[in-house]
Design a protein around this ligand. Sequence first.
Ligand code: IMP
Ligand code: MG
Length: 333
Amino acid sequence: MTSTVVVGGFFGDEGKGKIISYLAIKDNPKIVVRGGAGPNAGHTIRDGDKVYKVRMLPSGFLNKETKVMIGPGVVINPEVLKKEIQDFNVSGRSFIDKNCGIIENSHLTRDSKGELKEKIGSTGSGTGPANSDRAMRILKLAKDVDSLSSLITDVPFEINSALSANENLLIEGTQGTFLSLWHGTYPFVTSKDVTASGICADIGLGPTKVDEVIVVFKSYVTRVGTGPLENELSVEEAEKKGWSEFGTVTGRQRRAADFDFDLARRAIMLNGATQVSITKLDVIFSECTGKTSFDELSEDAKAFIKNIEKELNTPVTIIGTGPAVNDVIDRRT
Ligand code: IMP
Ligand code: MG
């Protein structure tokens, strides 16, 4: 059995969704389980000509043999969840914990104006206000919502049982290390800890049960919303490099900067990384688009990866070379 935690190393939007989809198909885990904040997350997954924009479901759902689960630490928007289960055809194998918190209209209203929206640049998804109510012990939980009853299971029990039965488990984090409420650029952060330890607490997996921690970095840094970004490029510079991106949840233009080794080293430390994944190598080195073996990369691209391994003292095992699920170089042995 192997339990693998996948988390973002910068400010979210590192391309975790695509890496998790790949691992869900390649490693065939019994369960893909999601921790993290809530529907403030957005993952874009491409399967052939199909593009999925996911906010609630774990990104591993493309593997039809896999159960997808959401841990009790995550707050849920029932409408968004039910729509994704239906639209992406995942009914019968999607589950949530009875203790998942519930986002209601009042949370959306509180998140759509005032400090959170204007000062922090929140996603307006209600996630922050719901977590605030949870800390106040007044948030409604999934077990109190009739229309969710068919989705409820004991997520910590299910995932720990799968490991005991020697099955693979894939653990999906959301957001990124420097959006962590504890370790990020406070107050410009999300409403939870989103490092590997926090993600495991969200799903009820103890620290001795984790085998691998893969920290995902994009080949450059982006940040959506406000807060510090070292060596930020102007919009024109970012567009020239092809780094201009737009948020999955909010549609806002993402700010961009070069790969930041200081941040990356700290992310390796905070998450206890055993492996690194680098995404969007093709955006920096277009000649690498769609490559699936390291030997096929250009000398410049190889040097870029080797330098990251040296600076971070951690193996780069999974490299994204294009938007499709299989545009991946997998160097795991
Ligand atoms: P909130 O999590 O909606 O309260 O937003 C707080 C900050 O975290 C804002 O700067 C958001 O843009 C950012 N944020 C939250 N979730 C994500 C994500 O999944 N990707 C990128 N940024 C995020
Ligand atoms: Mg995203």
